[in-house]
Write a protein that binds this ligand. Structure first.
Ligand SMILES: Nc1ncnc2c1ncn2[C@@H]1O[C@H](COP(=O)(O)OP(=O)(O)OP(=O)(O)O)[C@@H](O)[C@H]1O
Ligand SMILES: [Mg+2]
Length: 213
């Protein structure tokens, strides 16, 4: 299955989610490959740290110069694609091939607006195709303070968008996600934040119910 992790705004968590899902799939023994189609190369940089640290399992990350279209078509297993808005052409190419687009959304009005635009871009890109990709949205970077209502309000606003699935899963704003990058480990490999580990594993199990085990 080809899963694109995308949204228009920088910093919404595309690379964080791609990396953590990829490691989870690899740990489950799934044959997973990733494409880092963002010129910023965050995913490749994180993986470099992972390789330097000698953390297993290894991830296979392809860059834009790798003939992504051909490799994606031929791959048997899971494909994860991290796309940045700075390369809209690559983003559209990836969306056109996707079975599913997973969209992390920080809880704010500005993010609801830009996510609505992203939904329109997906719709334009796949218009006329026989099989349309599923669009799965969830809140990333939710405030851990119980009094903050932004995550609920953002979820409600996303539910008014047509043609999308709004997941119940919620990823909170936690330092473990930043450490995940600096140590080249998924949050469930760090062993320091059980809540972060639990919410990422829940997200992975929701997105890949067959891989759990
Ligand atoms: N749930 C979270 N809690 C805390 N920090 C987070 C969370 N999600 C992402 N971050 C941090 O926010 C920063 C941006 O995240 P990330 O690089 O994944 O976003 P992105 O959407 O890929 O950004 P870009 O569009 O620039 O590629 C990183 O430092 C990351 O560690
Ligand atoms: Mg990124």
């Amino acid at each position: 299955m080809i899963t694109v992790i995308g949204n228009l705004k920088g910093g919404c968590g595309k690379s964080t989610i791609t990396f953590n899902l990829a490691v989870w799939l690899a740990v489950q023994g799934r044959h997973v490959i990733c494409f880092d189609l963002d010129p910023q190369s965050t995913l490749s940089d994180v993986n470099e740290v992972r390789m330097e640290e000698g953390v297993a399992p290894e991830l296979k990350i392809y860059r834009p110069d790798s003939n992504p279209t051909k490799i994606m078509r031929q791959h048997v297993g899971e494909v994860l694609v991290d796309v940045g808005a700075s390369n809209l052409w690559a983003m559209r190419q990836a969306i056109a091939m996707a079975d599913r687009v997973v969209v992390p959304v920080p809880p704010s009005q500005a993010d609801v607006w830009s996510t609505a635009r992203f939904r329109d871009i997906i719709a334009e890109t796949v218009a006329g195709k026989k099989a349309l990709p599923e669009i799965c949205m969830f809140i990333n970077r939710a405030d851990t303070h119980p009094g903050m209502r932004e995550a609920i309000e953002t979820q409600d606003a996303l539910r008014t968008l047509s043609g999308v699935t709004v997941m119940e899963n919620r990823i909170f704003q936690r330092t473990a996600y930043r450490r995940s990058f600096s140590e080249g480990r998924a949050v469930f490999e760090l062993g320091s934040d059980a809540k972060a580990a639990g919410e990422i594993i829940d997200l992975a199990k929701t997105l890949y119910p067959d891989a759990d085990g």
